[in-house]
Design a protein around this ligand. Structure first.
Ligand code: NAP
Length: 472
């Protein structure tokens, strides 16, 4: 495919190969942009932002609603594209497309609600006769940088709100998965979005990402990806607004009164979806007291039922990881844990870019599989003795994106919700649950700012204060 910038589909002699993680075959190629392409894209985006500022909420609502309709019509093609470039199984890709269409529809609705407030200025001394109000205005040029693991829905979580709010947006998708993003740009253009208001520049994060993040024409950067890259972007950004949606090593606490059937079901669903490559995957299960011994064989039995294979084949439950070296890293971390005293109950073997789903018992907090972000299909289980110890361990992380607890005890649940430093708390489910309309984002080094169209629009707009001084 070509990339889209300055209102045109653009090609380059240097191209990036997009490969299918399952068999390493080349799916397509995209242009390898450089800093000169970024310069062109941003110059056009400045013009696009001026055009978008003059559009009405109702126009932007119409474009985005039309885009959502086109996405649903092209669900199968988009789902296949996601599976080909990302490697998740088709059922998960179809679900991602339907969620992405919903994200765009939610953004469309917000385009009609960009309200602000009247200010009670007479509450200030000497302000009689003054009337104040705020105006919510778009940021102007928004840069969106996205990761590989949800190549359509996370793109929509940035493009939808940015356009709904009346910005121009320049997207840099992950180099492993640019095709879904480019197809989304095609859809937006077909739906009527002005061509200068959206661009998709394909190329390496190091070069293109840096050129985008350091440019003074950009007012807002919305980034989803790893903590390491997020930190680099914050250092480069200077005086820009930033939203950072970063990683995690999410815990799930299992209290002695938990319904173990539900715990097993939730752990399997939330620990191994997309081969564990979800920012809020269950990575650490902390089981309190005797429930630990009871849980292990039941979890092992269910995890052994997860079939691994070609993600394009219907019925396969788990596909490969994104790259062979990521699979090797996950297997190495499991091996390291074993050398430090952990036990592998099942899985943990590399087969090309795939890893067999693993359950690792007797995990201790200093093991890498517990304290770093694993981002792979393995869950580490540890025994703890009390709710106090479980909360302390849940918090013993630089991350704070999502955390779950299984219990019937309201006091334990509330205590967990209050004391665990995490942007999302799930009671009686694993950490991996999200409705696209809810405020979503991390605490601590999992990031700052929120997504979910209504909340992302707050981050992609600015407030002006207007005061009218009554003269008579
Ligand atoms: P990544 O390596 O951080 O890459 C993310 C994006 O940043 C890619 O587009 C990448 O481009 C670009 N990039 C790389 N270096 C850059 C630089 N120096 N300047 C600007 N941009 C740069 O992350 P990933 O491996 O794709 O995704 C996995 C990570 O994302 C995990 O940590 C996961 O937890 C996190 N994530 C978080 C959320 C959330 O909502 N909190 C959701 C999904 C994923 P290239 O591809 O060209 O390198």
């Amino acid at each position: 495919m070509k990339m889209f910038l300055a209102g045109q589909w653009v090609d380059k002699p240097q191209r990036i190969e997009v490969r299918h993680p399952w068999d390493d075959s080349v799916v397509d190629t995209v242009p390898q942009a450089d800093a000169s392409d970024v310069d062109r894209a941003l110059a056009a985006a400045v013009e696009g932002a001026a055009q978008m500022r003059r559009t009405t909420g109702y126009q932007r609502y119409g474009w985005l609603m039309k885009a959502a309709e086109l996405m649903e019509q092209r669900l199968e093609d988009l789902a296949r594209t996601i599976t080909l470039e990302e490697g998740k199984v088709l059922a998960e890709s179809r679900f991602e497309v339907s969620r992405a269409a919903e994200t765009i529809r939610l953004s469309a609705e917000e385009a009609k609600r960009l309200g602000a407030e009247v200010l009670p200025l007479d509450g200030a001394p000497g302000a009689e006769g003054k009337l104040g109000f705020t105006l919510r205005v778009p940021c102007g040029v928004v840069v969106a940088i996205t990761p590989f693991n949800f190549p359509l829905n996370l793109v929509c979580h940035k493009l939808g709100p940015a356009l709904a709010a009346g910005n121009a947006v320049v997207l840099k998708p992950a180099s492993d998965t640019p095709l879904s993003a480019l197809k989304m740009v095609e859809i937006l253009l077909e739906a009527g979005v002005p061509p200068l208001a959206v661009a998709c520049v394909t190329g390496s994060g190091g070069e293109v990402g840096r050129a985008l993040c350091t440019d003074r024409r950009v007012r807002k950067i919305s980034f989803t990806g790893s903590r390491e890259v997020g930190e680099k972007i914050c250092q480069m950004a200077g005086l820009k607004r930033v939203t950072m949606e970063l990683g995690s090593n999410s815990p799930l606490v299992v209290m002695p009164d938990a319904d173990l059937d539900k715990v097993v079901q939730a752990t399997v669903t939330t620990g191994y979806a997309n081969a564990g490559q979800v920012c809020i995957s269950t990575q650490r299960v902390l089981a309190v007291g005797g429930v630990y011994e009871e849980l292990l064989p039941r979890l092992q039995q269910e995890v052994e039922k997860i079939t691994v294979g070609n993600p394009l084949e219907e019925g396969v439950r788990m596909g490969p990881m994104i790259r062979r070296q990521d699979a090797q890293r996950v297997c190495q971390w499991i091996q390291q844990a074993v050398e430090q005293g952990a036990r592998v109950l099942t899985g943990g073997e590399c087969q090309g870019a795939a890893v067999t789903p693993a359950v690792v018992a007797d995990v201790s907090p200093q093991m890498r599989i517990s304290c770093d972000e694993l981002f792979g299909p393995a869950v580490g289980v540890s025994r703890v003795e009390s709710i106090e110890e479980a909360i302390a361990l849940a918090n013993d992380s630089r991350y704070g994106l999502s955390a779950g607890i299984f219990t019937q005890n309201l006091d334990w649940a509330l205590r967990f919700a209050r004391e665990v430093d995490s942007g999302n708390i799930q009671i009686n489910w694993g950490p991996q649950w999200r409705a696209d309309l809810m405020p979503y984002g991390g605490l601590k080094e999992s990031g700052m700012g929120k997504e979910g169209p209504r909340y992302a629009i707050d981050e992609m707009t600015e407030l002006k204060t207007v005061v009218i001084h009554q003269l008579g």
